[in-house]
Write a protein that binds this ligand. Structure first.
Ligand SMILES: [Ca+2]
Ligand SMILES: [Ca+2]
Length: 243
């Protein structure tokens, strides 16, 4: 079992040379969905102080497909798989077309999710607004952090292209591994975990709160002697600790 604990933050406000107007800032953020190993990643825009009239964007998110995959959200009317959902509050009357797709580059473990939106009518934006949302599913065997690099490939305001290939944000999703039996939380199951469990049962040591679930090696009835027993049996190949 894994859980996603990371937060993805925008680290770079896109600035643009081609026009005198300062560009809006695009960002993504991640929050965990408990128990599902998923992170929701909203794609948002923070407009300039004067506001923006957004009429289109193409944003790409690069990710490692061996660790995370975007969750499919069904198919569109042309039977294309959808990987992102437009925020219902963004441009609902704009007569927009919303497209998402994945370009695979498995040789380098770097896939690209592209989210593109274009509207007949510009959408006025005065404050930070979510435009779309992507959900990433962490692979069961993934550990560590996953980099997500976000680029605004193109953006249009009032139908005019104003941004091209602007690095918008970099971030990562941390995948915390949950290792059952690891009562001392050092990332391995060893004999000292059995010691720890027994010591806690006789009041000689205290298991850290974040390791309490891990110390329940058999995954039932809380922490008991049989959990220490199972840890030892697993070390000598007599039993397997459940996930
Ligand atoms: Ca341990
Ligand atoms: Ca137990």
């Amino acid at each position: 079992m894994k859980k996603i604990i990371g937060v993805l933050t925008a680290v770079f406000a896109a600035a643009l040379m081609a026009v005198s107007v300062q560009a809006a800032e695009y960002s993504v953020g991640a929050s965990s969905v408990d128990g599902q190993n998923q992170a929701t990643v909203p794609v948002s825009i923070t407009p300039d102080s004067g506001g923006e009239n957004v009429s289109g964007y193409i944003i790409q998110i690069k990710y490692d497909p061996t660790k995370v995959e975007p969750v499919t959200k069904g198919t569109d009317s042309l039977n294309n798989v959808i990987y992102a959902e437009a925020d219902p509050g963004f441009g609902e009357d704009a007569d927009a077309v919303f497209v998402s797709g994945v370009i695979e580059n498995t040789a380098y473990n770097q896939n690209t999710l592209i989210v593109a939106w274009a509207s007949a009518k510009p959408v006025p934006v005065q404050e930070k607004t979510n435009m779309a949302e992507v959900t990433f599913q962490a692979d069961d065997n993934a550990t560590g952090s996953v980099d997500l690099a976000v680029t605004v490939v193109q953006a249009t305001k009032d139908g005019e292209t104003v941004e091209q290939n602007v690095q918008a944000a970099n971030g990562e999703i941390d995948i915390a591994s949950f290792l059952r039996g690891d009562a001392n939380g050092n990332g391995e199951v060893e004999l000292s975990d059995a010691n720890m469990i027994i010591q806690s049962l006789i009041g000689k040591a205290q298991i850290e709160p974040e390791n309490m679930d891990k110390a329940d090696a058999n995954g039932k009835d809380g922490i008991e002697l049989s959990d220490a027993n199972l840890v030892i049996q697993s070390l000598i190949g007599k039993a397997t600790i459940p996930n």
